[in-house]
Design a protein around this ligand. Structure first.
Ligand code: ADP
Length: 176
């Protein structure tokens, strides 16, 4: 599924983000940047030790913020590491922090001159954010922010299961 957001293309697909050939892929990291499970584990496993070396030098990342490293042995040239909120009911700033992850990732990409990037579903794994809510925040924030970054040509959402893919497709239909 794909649609236009201003001058940019938004693609929603099912897949494994480590295989994406966008210039950057986004990692759902934790504040230490020292590696974890889920998508973070997959990115470090496939990308190799260079990414972790760069993460150690950066020294950490606050929830809602994003930092960039090289992509190591990944197809993508860069990894943008963002830290999603742990979901604790939704009344502790989680929606704003999750939106900030997508916004800051696009800002970091734009600063680096990156024209295509792929997002996983941030916070909806180990961090327990209900994907029905998170998907709507993800798509709305990216569509809104792309207005500020017309130089970004393509943003992909890469969902790891057919169920997650279906939820994101519903979210797009609802926002249109
Ligand atoms: P968080 O801690 O932010 O919740 P997780 O990595 O636990 O991060 O999960 C975030 C989402 O990433 C989940 O929907 C999970 O299914 C998905 N995921 C896990 N591995 C991959 C992968 N290789 N490619 C794309 N998405 C993935």
């Amino acid at each position: 599924m794909e649609f236009q957001a201003g001058k940019s293309r938004v693609v929603i697909k099912e897949g494994d983000i480590v295989r994406e050939e966008t210039e950057a892929i986004v990692n759902a990291a934790n504040e230490t940047l020292l590696g974890g499970g889920g998508v973070d584990g997959a990115i470090h496993r496939v990308g190799g030790p260079q990414i972790l070396e760069e993460c150690k030098k950066i020294g950490g990342c606050k929830t809602g913020n994003a930092v960039i490293t090289s992509g190591g042995r990944l197809r993508a040239r860069y990894v943008i590491h963002t830290v999603g909120p742990v979901f604790r009911g939704g009344g502790r700033g989680e929606p704003e922090l999750l939106a900030s992850c997508y916004r800051r990732s696009l800002e970091v990409a734009s600063t680096q001159g990156i024209k295509s990037l792929a997002f996983p579903s941030i916070s909806t794994g180990a961090y327990n954010y209900p994907i029905e809510k998170a998907s709507r925040i993800a798509i709305k924030t990216v569509v809104d922010c792309l207005g500020n970054h017309p130089e970004i040509q393509e943003v992909r959402f890469v969902l790891f299961s057919s169920k997650d893919f279906a939820v994101y497709q519903d979210a797009v239909k609802e926002l249109k």
